[in-house]
Design a protein around this ligand. Structure first.
Ligand code: PLP
Length: 347
């Protein structure tokens, strides 16, 4: 389980962590408006959240050009991914994913008798859409596409993915996890939202845990066909997972363009610093379209992360094609500097 690995990474680090770079969080959030809204919401914390759920759902619907019935919200995207895992793996159906990709949904599916079909990435670490499409058969319950992909931070061509979604969704449901889409230069242009508007059997998962900085506050949603979301709703008490504080914060910061642009700018500056650090030491990295970077190690990955942990830097070790890699999240500049100092000592 990815979350347990991230927990483990931080548990190993000594007290006085200098750089928290293991969970793809955004230390530049949440926004000032979100924080103020939380304080202001406390007096009505005794009320159920019907009104604010309606408000938030309306905001998303207006911005995306869909109906309220196309949206299912919860406390982050994880409860919704779990609902999809349960529903679409029923009766031993298979879940097709790239390998490696974000493994939460297929791991959950295996707990419910689902089969996990893994499709290797291309040589340049991208999702191999042709190979994924070729794997779809009568037993496929769901195809999971993570774009940008975690852990490689690579993206696939938008038009190619649209064609894929249109064809494959005629045979099975396609879930596109757009957790990191806000890090792209034009998220709207790269999204698969048009496929849903055209009536295709596509689900999009979004989260505020990344650029909005809500990993602890918790807000996320799915967009899909109303019947699909109704079916998934039977597998999660989605609305009951949402607190009034998280909703107030989400309403206050949704599409807050200045905040989002600023957080993106700071992330990109820290990412550039990381690229320079890796280049200086002659390390190979995968160019990143998200708030984390994969780079290849010259030593055992576990040993590397343990040594970094001892120096107060928490990050993730990875095996990719049998080789040793590190996934490092992009943090504040002082965190990237702490990484660079520790890295110099052991690289
Ligand atoms: N999807 C992807 C691709 C992720 O990387 C993550 C978390 O790291 C999630 C979904 C789940 O995030 P949350 O439950 O915080 O929305």
């Amino acid at each position: 389980n990815t979350m347990l690995a991230e927990e483990a990474a931080i548990m190993q680090a000594p007290a006085g962590l200098k750089a928290r770079l293991m969970a793809n969080e955004n230390p530049f959030g949440p926004s000032a408006a979100a924080k103020k809204a939380i304080i202001d919401s406390l007096d009505t914390g005794y009320q159920y959240t019907f009104a604010s759920m309606f408000t938030m759902r309306g905001k998303i619907a207006t911005y995306e050009g869909v109906k309220g019935t196309n949206i299912l919200m919860s406390s982050g995207s994880s409860p919704l991914l779990q609902a999809a895992a349960m529903y679409y793996s029923k009766g031993g159906k298979s879940i097709i994913t790239a390998d490696p990709s974000y493994d939460d949904l297929p791991t959950q599916a295996e707990h419910f008798d689902g089969k996990w079909v893994k499709v290797p990435l291309t040589a340049d670490y991208k999702l191999d859409l042709d190979a994924i499409e070729a794997k779809v058969d009568g037993n496929t319950g769901l195809v999971y596409i993570c774009n940008p992909n975690n852990p490689t931070a690579t993206i696939v061509d938008t038009e190619k993915l649209k064609g894929f979604c249109e064809r494959v969704s005629k045979k099975t449901v396609v879930l596109v996890d757009e957790a990191y889409i806000d890090y792209l230069p034009d998220p709207k242009a790269s999204s698969m939202m048009d496929c849903i508007k055209a009536g295709h059997n596509v689900i999009i998962a979004r989260t505020f845990s990344k650029l909005y900085g809500f990993a602890g506050l918790r807000f996320g949603y799915m967009v899909g066909q109303p019947d699909t979301l109704k079916a998934l709703g039977a597998y999660t008490p989605a609305w009951a997972c949402l607190s009034s504080t998280a909703l107030a914060a989400a309403i206050a910061s949704y599409r807050e363009t200045d905040y989002l642009a600023d957080a993106l700018k700071k992330t990109n500056a820290s990412k550039e610093f990381l690229y320079e650090t890796l280049k200086k030491e002659n390390y190979t990295y995968i160019p990143s379209s998200a708030n984390f970077v994969m780079f290849q190690l010259k030593m055992d990955a576990k040993k590397f992360s343990e040594e970094m942990n001892k120096r107060g830097v928490a990050l993730r070790d990875w095996k990719l094609n049998g080789q040793d890699w590190c996934r490092i999240s992009i943090g504040r500049m002082d965190e990237m500097e702490a990484f660079a100092a520790a890295f110099k000592e052991i690289s």
